[in-house]
Structure formats: structure tokens, C-alpha cells
Design a protein around this ligand. Structure first.
Ligand code: C2E
Ligand code: CA
Ligand code: CA
Ligand code: CA
Length: 274
């Protein structure tokens, strides 16, 4: 039993070593990918509810790996946050998203995901400003999506940065609401332009627990005059329930998947001609 245990540990050590090596290699490849333009943005449309008019698109990053093919963000954003690459990656995303949005009709906004770690960069506000300016995009057309984890540390600096971006005219959106670890108190200390209900709640509809939670979130937000977006809407039934609950915007495979920039441009064109 003793030797088995030792083998067990050896196996574990070997696996851990492999894991660490793999992550280090992936980290180096990601650094090169940012420099070599291997990253690309897909865009997913957001629609008004109940009118079903396209009002914004969310930029979602993809890594076109020369060997492994398309790598989804879940597999490299966390890594980029650990090794600090998220700063360069995030700046690339902001600039590329603003450039693309500048080619859309003026009523369409672009939503960009920002990691709480990016706010630690003292240049962050300048980067956003420069991305908007270079693209010639009105600040009001940029929505910055951030998760409530930003408030776990209850940092005054983070609040100040969000405040500054808001004063510049950008929309600050609370993403994945209901999944974080912070209390609700922060909602009083910062005014979000919009709150996004996480897909994990929408997915459970029509289960009663899920619809109660969604109703409570919508009541809470509307009580503060904040509109609500639901993400991950896949079925007509989910759409109808969210509509009945008073949801203001929807996003999901039912209405539109994330797609490359030229395909979303065609999509926007068709919507405008309807
Ligand atoms: P998120 O911000 O919650 O984005 C929504 C995710 O849900 C996207 O996954 C989207 O493809 C997926 N989705 C949308 N509608 C549906 C639906 O109806 N059904 C299902 N099953 N899924 C749906 P994606 O593109 O894989 O992105 C995953 C996460 O990676 C994002 O979650 C976001 O947190 C992060 N992410 C993506 N791009 C960036 C980025 O540029 N910067 C940062 N910091 N994070 C990013
Ligand atoms: Ca998001
Ligand atoms: Ca989300
Ligand atoms: Ca989510």
C-alpha cells in the first residue's frame, strides 16, 4: 500500500509538472498570438424586448491557434489574468472592438468585457479614451461589462475608475449578475447603466426557483431605474417568460450567435432594411 501511495504521488507530481509546463507554453504562445494578430473578435447581437430590434453587439474574443484551431476564451482569459497578459490582451480587444463599432450605424453600441485586473493598470482610463479617439467612436457607444467581483475588495480606487469612465460617457454594465461573491451593498455605491442576468438563471427557466430569482433581480434593478438584460436565451419559452417578467433586453442563441465581424455587419444591414 505504501509503494502504491508513493506511485500515486509520483503520478500526481508528473501530472502537475505537465500541467505547469502546458500552461507556461500556452502563456508564451498567447503572448505571441497578441503580437501576431492571432486573436479575433466575434460579435453577438443584443435585442430590445419586446420589440426585437438590435441595439448592441457584445465583442467576444477568440484565439485562432495555428495548430489547435479556434480556442474559446474560457481557456485563455483565466491564464491571461494569472500571468498579466490580460492588460495587453484587453487593450487589443478594446481597440479592435471600437474600430469595428465605428463602421456600424450610430444607434448600435458595442459591449466589451473587461477583467477586474485591467483596472489595476493606472493607464486604464487613458487606454479607453485613446481607443475611442483613434476609432472615432462616441464614448456613449461603448459599454464596459464588468463582473461584481470588482467589488469583493470594496476598493475605492475601482469605484473611482468606473466613475471616471461613466463621466466620460461610457456605459458601465454589471455582467453575470447573481453569480459573484459580494453582497448587494455595492449597488448603492455605484450606479450601473445596465445589469445582465447570468445565463445560469435563464437556463433553468421555467423552473419556479429560477423565475423567482429573475423576478427579484428585475424588481431590484427597476426599483433603481436600471434596465435588465438577460443572456443565454435559447428558447421561445424563455423569451416569453422573460418578456412577461419585464426584462428590457435579450441576448442568446435564439436570436443570434456570436459571429465574425463581416457576418455581423451583414446581419446589421439586413435588420436596417427590414
Ligand atoms: P460572458 O461575458 O458571460 O459572455 C457570454 C458567453 O455566453 C459567450 O461565451 C457566448 O458565446 C455565450 N452565449 C451567448 N448566448 C448563449 C446561449 O444562448 N447559450 C449558450 N449556451 N451560450 C451562450 P464565450 O464567447 O465562450 O465567452 C465566455 C466568457 O469569456 C465570457 O462570458 C466572458 O466572461 C469571457 N470573455 C470573452 N471575451 C472576453 C474578453 O475580450 N475579455 C475578457 N476579460 N473576458 C472575455
Ligand atoms: Ca459579458
Ligand atoms: Ca455575461
Ligand atoms: Ca455569463
Amino acid at each position: 500500500a505504501k509503494s502504491l501511495g508513493r506511485n500515486g504521488f509520483q503520478l500526481f507530481d508528473a501530472e502537475l509538472r505537465d500541467e505547469i509546463q502546458t500552461r507556461a507554453r500556452l502563456g508564451n504562445e498567447l503572448r505571441a498570438a497578441i503580437a501576431n494578430d492571432e486573436l479575433t473578435l466575434h460579435f453577438q447581437p443584443l435585442y430590445t424586448m419586446p420589440g426585437n430590434r438590435i441595439c448592441a453587439c457584445e465583442a467576444l474574443t477568440r484565439w485562432q491557434h495555428p495548430v489547435q484551431g479556434m480556442i474559446p476564451p474560457d481557456q485563455f482569459i483565466g491564464l491571461a489574468e494569472e500571468n498579466g497578459l490580460i492588460h495587453d490582451l484587453g487593450e487589443w480587444v478594446l481597440r479592435a472592438a471600437c474600430r469595428e463599432a465605428a463602421t456600424w450605424p450610430e444607434h448600435l453600441k458595442v459591449a466589451v468585457n473587461v477583467s477586474p485586473i485591467q483596472l489595476r493598470n493606472p493607464r486604464f482610463v487613458d487606454i479607453v479614451e485613446s481607443a475611442l479617439q483613434q476609432a472615432g467612436l462616441e464614448p456613449a457607444r461603448l459599454e464596459i461589462e464588468i463582473t461584481e467581483n470588482i467589488f469583493v475588495q470594496n476598493s475605492a480606487t475601482n469605484r473611482d475608475i468606473l466613475q471616471k469612465l461613466g463621466e466620460m460617457g461610457c456605459g458601465i454594465v454589471l455582467d453575470d449578475f447573481g453569480t459573484g461573491y459580494s453582497s448587494l451593498g455595492y449597488l448603492r455605491s455605484f450606479r450601473f447603466q445596465k445589469i445582465k442576468i447570468d445565463r445560469s438563471f435563464v437556463r433553468e427557466l421555467p423552473e419556479k426557483g429560477a423565475s423567482s430569482i429573475i423576478q427579484a433581480i428585475i424588481n431590484l434593478a427597476h426599483g433603481m431605474d436600471i434596465p435588465i438584460t438577460a443572456e443565454g436565451v435559447e428558447t421561445q419559452d424563455q423569451w416569453a417568460q422573460l418578456n412577461a417578467l419585464g426584462c428590457n433586453q435579450v441576448q442568446g442563441f435564439l436570436l443570434g450567435r456570436p459571429q465574425p465581424a463581416d457576418s455581423i455587419r451583414q446581419h446589421i444591414q439586413c435588420a436596417a432594411e427590414m
